[in-house]
Structure formats: structure tokens, C-alpha cells
Write a protein that binds this ligand. Structure first.
Ligand code: MOS
Length: 734
């Protein structure tokens, strides 16, 4: 079962509209609707707020502002992870960024709430906001740490002398813009009060974080907060934590003793959830004539919100990618009065690889060396900064297999030398690397009396395929057909996990499920071999085989359902766990990553410089694949997102107001079907025994790492124009 391209078990529910999302729980009773009123300045103070007309408008039940909002728990920096901390809203008159909530209007219908929200009159005293990154870049400071608990700076050897004495040097600066996670399902929440308890239907990635954060904000015991989120319409990092719509719905529902639902509009999402920080990256590469790197530096400056420090780990994978004796990496932050930076698909690795893998292409060009060969020459034997072995590194295999399949040998070495009709044609490639993370997860597997496996965990399925891979691993673990496995996810009363994020969800939850199955098998075998009514009585459990819904020992066999029918419930249940990587010795003893190689072909119009992708190929090594179909979908989605980062995506700040100018999906461009040609995804067979017992590693975020650089490098190969300010739009190529 494991690895097969099994269709999504939740697919039929989704395509028939029977999968229920946060905003859709009608059984909670007739809800009230909340509409968020956002600040129309980017920095300053509310001097007056008139809610009279809104309160008198038809259907309105409440207008909440900082004057009447309940006191909420403060953000507690001693809680190790941001997403578990309180997220107070409407705390005072100060405005920290454009669009910040200044009121919630609650009414009987959605239309009444929206109409009344427009009647709230707010007067401001305008402050002097810092909105333009380039004007304030000099204010950058070193953060406490980079995201994911990684060090801000690293240094190995003597970079200056290594770089100074290199035969060939690249020293370039790259710019990446603000980018957003923009899941199909908006950030939405429905809160139903039941006595003292709150049932919270919320679109989120980590149930445990949502529960903790809501409880801390409302200053109530977490056991009173019941989070329910069986289906999530995408997250991409933006739902790792909860947002203002959830807190506002909870505050209003508790106060009004009615269910209250609040969803952000698409425009509000652009102002309220936070974004991938803009970055300025300096990459310095020094090499010998044979292509071997002697010195490598990656220095990054990003924006941060002054109140919530967030440093994307942009230079983190650079630390493990190539050998070089002299090395530097650093992360710096420039405070701006904009929404907080936050995790967006492959946080840091995606923009970081865009810069570093463009720079490697520039080095290959300077050396007149094939870019694939340049990377192979710099393959390290141990992690060059941590000085520990790699668990399972197949970057060179990915590069070679990709080059062969793509027909890389047909690439014209000289840029702007291949023309087909109206098009300059170019090939580009890039390496891919991403760290593999492990979080603590617990999964309970219970067999019903009739031998059906019920799997429960607060893990989420954010569209990635959790239901399906858990079905496969449980069916495999207990020797059951897939239709006798039922997966139940996304409830805070199920065993706790770290949910979906950092590409850890699938490997964490399936490893924990696998372990639960092993424990359960021992329990079942002990019960059967010790029971005179079982054909397995007296047999040696060590020889047991679980297959086709039965347990077989030698020539004796008994259906699982007959064993389970005889034993009490506690004998039919087991829990499996994974450790937080900081507590798992493998994660300190080995450098555990996933790898890939991207190849892209573009055509660039000779007159207009319009860039069209012609084909993309990605070859990846991710340990063991749990499901060939869902893994391919994840990787393909990442590759397409990377192409968008190279060519289209950019949220533009109005330097006068701090508002995002293009805050909707008509103006914030992402690839559509017509932009994306043939995309081929190849995943190498593998098994990483250091990652976990299943040998599986994270998949989701690898696809975007390096994909954009392969497109950018193809544009250079087609035109001879190197654009270092992403996205590569027409006017920069002309
Ligand atoms: Mo991912 S950005 O950790 O959901």
C-alpha cells in the first residue's frame, strides 16, 4: 500500500461538496455574521470612533472597538513558538499597519454586517510611517534567531581571505518582493458557545496551536476551547497560527451567547495575515579555475514588523548545499510599519535558493563551465558547516538524472544564441535542497469490534493528502484493506500533533500511526495466542503475518475481526508517537535534507520580451514516497509556485500609506494554466533510515526550492540578460 498512487480517500466528499469547511457548520445553529473594519492609515492613532450609526443599522447586534473589547492575554515571549502565543486584537488606539482591525460589526445577516461596517466612522491622527524598505535598509539589526530556531549568523574558516584569493569571483545582489500565501479557502472561523465552552470551527494548520492561542488570548483554560477542522482549503504557512477573524469571532460569540462567524475578504487577507518578507540578498562566490568553491557568503536583509520579530531562514539551506572551506551567512531585519513577516511556503529557502542558484549560474558563466558540472564539483562529503554526515543525500543523482531526461546536452552554451521564429530559446537549471523537520506527533489507532481501524489525531489535511497517506500506512501496518480504515482528523480532543507545516506533517503522522499499528499488533497477538478459543492459541507471535484482514502464524490463521470481537476496547487500541527533532538523537547526529534538480526551457519574444515557459522538469529525492500521486501533486505545485516567483508574483506597497496596492487576485499575479506548460515530476526511489522508521521525509516545500532559479537561468540563457530583481517582468528584460 505504501507508495502507491492511491486516489485521495476524501476526494469524493470534496468534489460533491460534502466536505465541510469552517464557515459551513450550519448545525451550530443560526449564526450571526461579523465584518471586520480595517484601519485606513498605516501608522498613527485613533482619535475618535463613532459607532452610533452602525449600532442603529438594521440587524446589528454588536459593534466592538478598542473601547469595549474585553481585555486579552498579552503575547507571551516565553512561549517558545509564536503560533501558540496569544494574538490580542482591538487592544488600543494605536495603528501599527494599514488594514489593522479597528472594529468588528456583528449582525443577523452577512449583508447587514457588511453594510453597517461601512457606517463606522473613525478619525485618526496620522503618524510618520516607515513603509519603503529601501529608505530604511540602513536601520537593519541582527534578530535573536532565524525562523525555525536556526542561528542568525554562521562563519566557517576565513571568508575574506578565501574570497580575496579566489581566481573567479561573483559578488551580486538580488531582490525578492513581498509575497503572500493565498489559499482558496479564506481565513475563516465560526465559534459556537456551549455553556462555558467554545466550539471553534477554524481553518488552521495546527490544531494544538489554535487551541492554545485562543485560550491564551481569551484568558480561559485550553480545555474549554474545542477546535474542529476536518477540512482545510489550503494554508501554505498562513494558517500555522490563527488570525484576527478567529479571535474576533470568539470574543463576540462569548459575549452574545450566539454562534458568530467571521471570514476575511480576499483584500483583508492581503493586509491581515502577514507575508513573506521582502529581501535584499548579497551572494558572494569565490572559486578556483576548476570550479571548486573556496569561499561562499550569503547575507540577507529583510523587513520585519517592529512588534513581531520574524526572520525568514533565507540563508539556512546555503549552509548545507555546497562544499567550500570559507563561509559566511547572516540574516538582518529592517523594521517597517507593515504587517508582520510570516511563514510562506518554504519560508526562506524559496527566496534564498532563487538568489544562490542564480549566483551559481553566474559563476558557471564566468568560469565557462556547465552549470550541472559546477554543482557536481562542489558536492560535499559531510555537512560543511555542521561537520556531521548527511543522512541520505542524492543531489548528484537528481542532477544527472534530470540532465539526461531533459536533454540538457542540447543547451546552447552561449546566451542568446538560439532562435526559433519569434523566440529566443533558453535552458536553465538549479539545484534544490530543503531541511527535513520532525515535530512531536501522537496518533491513536483503535480497532472496532468488527475489525475496522479508526485512526485519530489532531493532524490536519490542508489539501495535501493526509487522509490518504494515513489510510495507506495504517492498512499496511495492520494488513487491512483500505476500506476498513477510517481516518479522523483535526479535532483538539484527539491526540496532539504539530499539524501540517514545515513539510513535516505527512512523515510525522504516518510514523506515529505506524508505531501505533506495531503496538496494536503485539496486543492482538498476545490476546490471540493466549486464548484457547483462537486458532492461533499457543503459536509463536514472532512468526505472525498480518495480511488481507487476517493474522496468520504458520498454517493457522484467524480474521482480525474475530480476534477483536473477543477483546475489550482497551485491548484494541494503541498510541504511537514521534519525538520533537531536538529530542531525537538522529537529528543532531545527521544533516537530514531532501534534494532535487530543476530544469526549465523558456522562450522570450524577440520584440516584446514576453517570457513563456515551454517545459519544466523536476527530479527529486525525498526518502521513501508515501503516495506517488499526492507527492507528485505537492512537488508540481511547488514548481509552479517557483515559476510564479521568478516571473509574476509581487505585492507592491504604496510608500505613502503602507497599503498593498495590488491586494486582490486580479492584480497580484500568480501562474494560471495558460502560463504553465508541460511539467514533469520524477521522484527517485529512496529510504532515509535516519529520518524515521518509514524512511519518509518532507515533500511539500521542496518543489518551490530552486524552481524559480531554473526559470531565471533559462531567461539568461535565452537572452543574455541577467535580472536580479524578482520577479523578472518584461520591462526588466527589454
Ligand atoms: Mo509551511 S510555510 O511551514 O505551512
Amino acid at each position: 500500500m505504501i507508495g502507491q498512487a492511491v486516489n485521495r480517500v476524501d476526494g469524493p466528499l470534496k468534489v460533491t461538496g460534502r466536505a465541510t469547511y469552517a464557515y459551513e457548520y450550519w448545525e451550530a445553529g443560526q449564526p450571526l455574521y461579523g465584518s471586520i473594519v480595517g484601519a485606513t492609515i498605516g501608522k498613527g492613532r485613533i482619535t475618535g470612533i463613532d459607532t452610533g450609526s452602525a449600532e442603529r443599522a438594521p440587524g446589528v447586534r454588536m459593534v466592538m472597538t478598542h473601547h469595549n473589547a474585553p481585555e486579552q492575554g498579552p503575547r507571551d515571549e516565553s512561549i517558545p513558538f509564536e503560533y501558540w502565543r496569544a494574538q490580542p486584537v482591538l487592544t488600543g488606539p494605536d495603528i501599527h499597519h494599514y488594514g489593522e482591525p479597528v472594529a468588528l460589526v456583528v449582525a443577523e445577516t452577512f449583508e447587514q454586517a457588511r453594510a453597517a461596517a461601512d457606517l463606522v466612522e473613525v478619525e485618526y491622527r496620522l503618524g510618520r510611517g516607515r513603509f519603503a524598505f529601501d529608505e530604511h535598509e540602513g536601520e537593519a539589526y541582527a534578530p535573536k534567531e532565524a525562523n525555525a530556531g536556526l542561528p542568525t549568523d554562521t562563519a566557517v574558516g576565513d571568508f575574506d581571505s578565501g574570497f580575496g584569493s579566489a581566481s573567479v569571483r561573483v559578488d551580486e545582489r538580488y531582490t525578492t518582493p513581498y509575497e503572500f500565501s493565498m489559499p482558496m479557502e479564506p481565513h475563516a472561523c465560526l465559534v459556537e458557545p456551549r455553556g462555558e465552552d467554545l466550539i471553534v470551527y477554524v481553518s488552521c494548520q495546527i490544531v494544538d496551536a489554535a487551541q492554545a492561542s485562543i485560550a491564551a488570548t481569551l484568558r480561559i483554560d485550553p480545555s474549554l476551547v474545542h477546535v474542529v477542522t476536518p477540512f482545510v482549503g489550503g494554508g501554505f504557512g498562513s494558517k500555522l497560527g490563527i488570525h484576527s477573524e478567529t479571535i474576533l469571532a470568539a470574543l463576540a460569540a462569548r459575549d452574545l451567547r450566539r454562534p458568530v462567524k467571521v471570514a476575511m475578504t480576499r483584500q483583508q487577507i492581503f493586509q491581515l495575515i502577514g507575508m513573506r518578507p521582502t529581501s535584499r540578498q548579497r551572494v558572494r562566490l569565490g572559486a578556483a579555475r576548476d570550479g571548486r568553491l573556496t569561499a561562499l557568503a550569503h547575507d540577507v536583509t529583510m523587513h520585519t514588523n517592529p512588534d513581531v520579530e520574524y526572520a525568514e531562514q533565507t540563508a539556512a539551506t546555503t549552509r548545507s548545499l555546497y562544499a567550500a572551506p570559507h563561509r559566511l551567512t547572516s540574516h538582518r531585519l529592517t523594521p517597517l510599519d507593515l504587517p508582520r513577516g510570516t511563514d510562506v511556503r518554504a519560508p526562506g529557502e524559496a527566496p534564498g535558493m532563487l538568489a544562490v542558484e542564480s549566483a551559481m549560474d553566474e559563476l558557471a558563466d564566468a568560469l565557462e563551465m556547465d552549470p550541472v558540472e559546477l554543482r557536481i564539483r562542489n558536492e560535499p562529503t559531510v555537512d560543511p558547516e555542521r561537520d556531521v554526515p548527511y543522512s541520505d543525500r542524492h543531489l548528484v543523482d537528481c542532477l544527472r538524472e534530470g540532465a539526461r531526461r531533459f536533454g540538457w546536452d542540447r543547451r546552447c552554451v552561449t546566451p542568446a544564441s538560439r532562435r526559433e521564429g519569434r523566440w529566443w530559446v533558453g535552458y536553465g537549471m538549479s539545484a534544490a535542497i530543503r531541511g527535513h523537520f520532525q515535530g512531536p506527533a501522537a496518533v491513536r489507532v483503535r480497532l472496532t469490534a468488527d475489525g475496522t481501524a479508526v485512526v485519530q489525531t489532531d493532524m490536519t489535511d490542508i489539501g495535501t493528502g493526509t487522509y490518504t497517506v494515513l489510510t495507506q500506512v495504517t492498512a499496511d501496518g495492520l494488513g487491512l484493506p483500505a476500506d476498513r480504515v477510517r481516518i479522523e482528523l483535526g479535532r483538539s480532543d484527539f491526540p496532539t500533533s504539530w499539524g501540517s507545516g514545515g513539510s513535516w506533517g505527512a512523515a510525522n503522522s504516518t510514523t506515529a500511526a505506524h508505531r501505533a499499528c506495531l503496538t496494536l499488533r503485539e496486543k492482538l497477538l498476545a490476546a490471540a495466542s493466549g486464548d484457547t478459543r483462537s486458532p492461533l492459541y499457543g503459536r509463536d507471535p514472532a512468526d505472525a503475518v498480518f495480511a488481507d484482514g487476517s493474522v496468520r502464524v504458520g498454517d493457522a490463521s484467524e480474521p482480525l475481526s474475530e480476534i477483536t470481537a473477543r477483546i475489550p476496547e482497551e485491548g484494541r487500541e494503541a498510541e504511537g508517537r514521534t519525538l520533537f527533532m531536538g529530542d531525537d538523537p538522529n537529528y543532531s547526529a545527521y544533516s537530514i535534507h531532501t534534494y532535487g534538480a530543476h530544469f526549465a526551457e523558456v522562450g522570450v519574444d524577440v520584440d516584446t520580451a514576453e517570457i513563456r515557459l515551454r517545459r519544466m522538469l523536476g527530479v527529486f529525492s525525498v526518502g521513501r514516497v508515501l503516495n506517488a500521486k499526492t507527492a507528485r501533486s505537492q512537488l508540481m505545485g511547488g514548481m509552479i509556485w517557483g515559476a510564479g516567483a521568478a516571473l509574476e508574483e509581487e505585492a507592491v506597497v504604496d510608500p505613502r500609506s503602507g497599503a498593498f496596492v495590488n491586494r486582490d487576485l486580479a492584480q497580484y499575479l500568480v501562474p494560471v494554466h495558460a502560463d504553465i506548460p508541460e511539467v514533469e515530476v520524477v521522484v527517485l526511489d529512496g529510504y532515509d533510515d535516519k529520518a524515521n522508521v518509514l524512511g519518509a521525509k518532507g515533500v511539500g516545500e521542496l518543489g518551490i526550492c530552486g524552481s524559480g532559479a531554473s526559470v531565471a537561468n533559462a531567461v539568461f540563457n535565452a537572452t543574455g540578460v541577467r535580472v536580479r530583481d524578482f520577479p523578472i517582468t518584461i520591462e526588466k528584460v527589454l
